[in-house]
Design a protein around this ligand. Structure first.
Ligand code: PEP
Ligand code: MG
Length: 569
C-alpha cells in the first residue's frame, strides 16, 4: 500500500479502479516514409476507418441515451467527414504514389482539407475544422493500433488519473461511472477543479508523480477534502474509508435540514445571501436543491465551450431564459463570456500566448469581437424579460472597459426597443473585481456600476503573482494572504461607501474557514458551488456578527499567511 498526498480540490470519499488517461504523443515525422508495402499500409488505413466508425457509432448511441437524438446526430456528421470520398482518395494516393505511412498520409490529407475549409465563407463548414482534426487524431491512433481512452464511456467506479484535465475533458466525463479524478498538475481553483466541485465529484489535484506511481486498473481510495490517496489499500483502510464515506453522506443529509432557513447570523443581527455558481442551465437544479437563493455567477463560457460552433443568439437566449425561469424571480448574475486563460475555444482562433492569464481574455475578447459580444448581450437582455437577470463583465482592469461595454449594451437596448422586444430596462450591470487595478481604486469603479462581485480566484493570482493552476507554486497561492484579505476589505468598503452591494463568487466564498472573516468584513452575498452552500449557511447561522467583526480585526492585524492559517478556527 502506498499513500500519496495532493491538493484536496473537491470533497468526498471515493473507492474505485484507476484509469490512466494521458494523451499519447505521436511522432508523425518519423513515419513519413513507410517501411511496409503500400498494400499493407492500405490495410492499416482501412482497419483504422472501420474501428473509428464503430467507436463513433458507440459514442453516438451513448450520447443519444444521455442527451437525446439531437445531440447524437452530430456524430452522423462526424462519420460523414470520416468517409468523405475526396478525403479518402487523397490519403490513399499519398500512400500508393508517395510511399507515405497511413498515419502520416491521414494527417497530411486532413490538414489539406482543413486549410480549404478554414478559408470558406460558410461558417458551418469552417467550424468543421476542429471536428475533422479530432476525428483524425482518433483515426491515426486506430491505424497505429494505439488504445483510445474515452472519458465519455467509463467502467463503473472509475477514478480517472491524468496529467491535467481541461475543462472540456471534464465536460465530457461519464458522470454515472466516474467516482473521482486525480491530476498530477493543476491547483484548487483551476477550472477542472471548480467543475469537479459543481459536479460533486471528489477530486485531488497536483499529486506529484501520480502517473508513474499508479498502475492502470489499480484499486484506490481517496479523501477529496484532505487530498489523501491510498494505492492498493489494505482491507483495514478500505473498511475505514467505507465508514468515512457513510459518515460523509450522513452529514450531507443532516445539512439538508437548513435548506429553507435564511442565512442569518446566530444573534439575528445580519442576514446575507447565499447563492450558487453555475456553468450550465442544468446546474441550477442543484443550487435550488441546496436552498441557494439565486445564482451569483453564471459562467457562460461553458455554453461556448460545450458547443462545436459559436452559440447563436437564439441558443444563448434559450439557455439564459431557462435559468431565469427556473429561479422564479430570484436573482441570476450572468457573466459575459470569460474565454482565455485555461478556457479555450477551438472554433475561435485564439493565438497561443506566453502568459494566457495575462493575455487576450474575457472582456478584452468581447470588446474586440463586437459581433460575438452583441449576440451575447442581446440574448441576455431578451432573457431578462423572464426573471431577475443582472449582467456582469469579467476581468475588468479599467473604467474605460466598463464605459465601452455599457455603450455597446445601450446600443442593443435601443435596437431591441426598435424591434419592440421586451427586456428589463432597469437591468443591473456590475463587474467582477479580480484584478489589482480594480481593487486598488475600487471606490472609483463603484461610481460606474450597480454591484461588485469579488473574484478571489483571479484576484489572488494577480495580487500575489502566483499562477492559480501551477501546483509548483500552490503553497504560495492563498486568499488567506494578508495582502489579499486587505484587498477584499478595501473592495467591500469601497462598494458600501458608494451604496452598492458587494458579493464574492470566487472559491473563497465557499470556504467554510473564511466564512466568519468575510461576514465580519461585511460581505453581502456569498456565491459558490452548489455543494458548498449548505455547509457555509450552517457556518453563518452558527456565528455571532459581533464575534465575526472582532475576529476579522484580529486576522487583518496579522502579517503572514502562515499566521492567518494557523489561527483559523
Ligand atoms: C474568479 O476569478 O474568482 C472567478 C470567479 O472567475 P473564474 O474562476 O471563472 O476565473
Ligand atoms: Mg476569474
Amino acid at each position: 500500500m502506498i499513500r500519496l498526498t495532493g491538493i484536496g480540490a473537491s470533497e468526498g470519499i471515493s473507492l474505485g479502479k484507476a484509469l490512466i488517461y494521458i494523451e499519447d504523443k505521436i511522432d508523425l515525422e518519423s513515419m513519413k516514409k513507410s517501411s511496409l508495402s503500400a498494400e499493407a499500409e492500405l490495410v492499416k488505413l482501412n482497419d483504422g476507418v472501420t474501428k473509428t466508425k464503430s467507436q463513433l457509432l458507440a459514442i453516438r448511441e451513448r450520447v443519444r441515451e444521455k442527451l437525446g437524438e439531437d445531440k447524437a446526430a452530430i456524430f452522423d456528421a462526424h462519420i460523414e467527414l470520416l468517409e468523405d470520398e475526396d478525403l479518402q482518395d487523397g490519403i490513399k494516393e499519398r500512400v500508393t504514389k508517395e510511399g507515405m505511412s497511413a498515419a502520416y498520409a491521414i494527417n497530411e490529407g486532413v490538414e489539406e482539407t482543413c486549410n480549404i475549409l478554414s478559408q470558406l465563407d460558410d461558417a458551418y463548414l469552417r467550424e468543421r475544422v476542429s471536428d475533422l482534426r479530432d476525428i483524425a487524431k482518433r483515426w491515426i491512433k486506430n491505424t497505429l493500433g494505439i488504445k483510445i481512452k474515452d472519458l465519455s464511456i467509463l467502467e463503473p467506479d472509475t477514478i480517472v488519473v491524468t496529467d491535467d484535465l481541461t475543462p472540456s475533458d471534464t465536460a465530457q466525463l461519464d458522470l454515472e461511472h466516474c467516482v473521482a479524478f486525480i491530476t498530477e498538475f493543476g491547483g484548487k481553483t483551476a477550472h477542472s477543479a471548480i467543475m469537479a466541485r459543481s459536479l460533486e465529484i471528489p477530486a485531488i489535484v497536483g499529486v506529484k508523480n501520480i502517473i508513474q506511481t499508479v498502475k492502470d486498473g489499480e484499486y484506490l481510495v481517496l479523501d477529496g477534502e484532505k487530498g489523501i490517496i491510498y494505492l492498493s489499500p489494505t482491507e483495514e483502510v478500505i473498511e475505514a474509508y467505507k465508514q468515512k464515506k457513510v459518515n460523509f453522506l450522513k452529514e450531507k443529509e443532516e445539512l439538508k435540514k437548513l435548506k429553507d432557513l435564511p442565512a442569518t447570523t446566530a444573534c439575528g443581527e445580519r442576514t446575507v445571501n447565499v447563492w450558487g455558481n453555475i456553468g450550465k442551465p442544468e446546474d441550477v437544479d442543484a443550487v435550488i436543491a441546496a436552498g441557494g437563493e439565486g445564482v451569483g455567477l453564471y459562467r457562460t463560457e461553458f455554453l461556448f465551450m460545450n458547443s462545436d460552433h459559436m452559440p447563436t443568439e437564439e441558443e444563448q437566449y434559450e439557455a439564459y431564459k431557462i435559468v431565469a425561469q427556473k429561479l422564479k424571480g430570484k436573482p441570476v448574475t450572468i457573466r459575459t463570456m470569460d474565454i482565455g486563460g485555461d478556457k479555450e475555444l477551438p472554433y475561435l482562433d485564439l493565438p497561443k500566448e506566453m502568459n494566457p492569464f495575462l493575455g487576450y481574455r474575457a472582456i478584452r475578447i468581447s470588446l474586440t469581437h463586437k459581433d460575438m459580444f452583441k449576440t451575447q448581450l442581446r440574448a441576455i437582455l431578451r432573457a431578462s424579460a423572464y426573471g431577475k437577470i443582472k449582467i456582469m463583465y469579467p476581468m475588468v482592469c479599467s473604467i474605460n472597459e466598463i464605459r465601452k461595454s455599457n455603450e455597446i449594451l445601450k446600443e442593443y437596448m435601443e435596437e431591441l426597443d426598435k424591434e419592440g422586444k421586451v427586456y428589463d430596462t432597469n437591468i443591473q450591470v456590475g463587474i467582477m473585481v479580480e484584478t489589482p487595478s480594480t481593487a486598488m481604486i475600487a471606490y472609483k469603479f463603484a461610481k460606474e456600476v450597480d454591484f461588485f462581485s469579488i473574484g478571489t480566484n483571479d484576484l489572488t493570482q494577480y495580487f500575489l503573482a502566483v499562477d492559480r493552476g501551477n501546483e509548483k507554486v500552490s503553497g504560495l497561492y492563498s486568499a488567506f494572504n494578508p495582502a489579499v484579505l486587505e484587498a477584499i476589505q478595501r473592495v467591500i468598503d469601497a462598494g458600501h461607501d458608494r451604496g452598492i452591494s458587494v458579493s464574492m463568487c470566487g472559491e473563497f466564498a465557499g470556504n467554510k474557514k473564511a466564512t466568519e472573516i468575510l461576514l465580519g468584513m461585511g460581505l453581502d452575498s456569498f456565491s459558490m458551488s452548489a455543494s458548498s452552500i449548505l455547509g457555509v449557511k450552517k457556518k453563518i447561522r452558527d456565528t455571532k456578527y459581533e464575534d465575526a467583526k472582532k475576529y476579522r480585526d484580529v486576522i487583518l492585524s496579522m502579517n503572514t499567511p502562515e499566521e492567518v492559517i494557523d489561527s483559523l478556527r
